[in-house]
Write a protein that binds this ligand. Sequence first.
Ligand SMILES: C[S@@+](CC[C@H](N)C(=O)[O-])C[C@H]1O[C@@H](n2cnc3c(N)ncnc32)[C@H](O)[C@@H]1O
Length: 194
Amino acid sequence: MNIVTRTDLINFLIKKIGAKSYLEIGLGDGVNFSNVLCDDKISVDPFFRNKQTYFMTSDEFFKINKKKFDLIFIDGLHHEDQVTKDILNSLKFLNENGIIVCHDMNPESEEIQVIPYNGYGAWTGDCWKAFVNLRMSRNDLEMFTVNMDYGCGVIKRGSQKLLEKDELSYTNLNENRKKWLNLVEVDEFLNQHF
Ligand SMILES: C[S@@+](CC[C@H](N)C(=O)[O-])C[C@H]1O[C@@H](n2cnc3c(N)ncnc32)[C@H](O)[C@@H]1O
């Protein structure tokens, strides 16, 4: 199985769990969304692009939404506080065996995760802090990060051993990257998790 991009991972998970409904927070140019293979797809983005289903922020969407989803892809505003809200709101609207995928959880340098985005080149933002904070506080979730495409964090209901709390600095992330993100290579992901 060749999983190289976030789209490959999302389509693999959709097939694996038989997902029938998909929500994407942050459509961008739609390059991922248009290639996601799911019957019922919804996208949310507050900026004019091509064809988002809901022209609004994720916070606004979750206030009016009544639908539950099997797979939710979080790739909107890449700031810690916003991604924390996006994950917690997504958990409220996730079907029983549903999965959340969060993009850009594994920044490869300190520069590309600095807030705010300076408008040049690759940028992950500091959304990794939202993910690691939940690894430190939510033992009712199973969380790991697949080491591809800037890190795709996967969240399911389940259990995990909590990390010891520590300062969410880039230096600490860099020293504890594998443990903090529960970083797995693609073949480990396929062998251990599915
Ligand atoms: C990195 S792009 C998304 C890329 C797309 N998911 C993909 O994989 O091709 C991030 C998008 O998030 C949108 N965005 C910014 N703030 C947002 C918010 N509060 N709620 C939802 N989307 C937001 C931006 O307009 C932008 O289009």
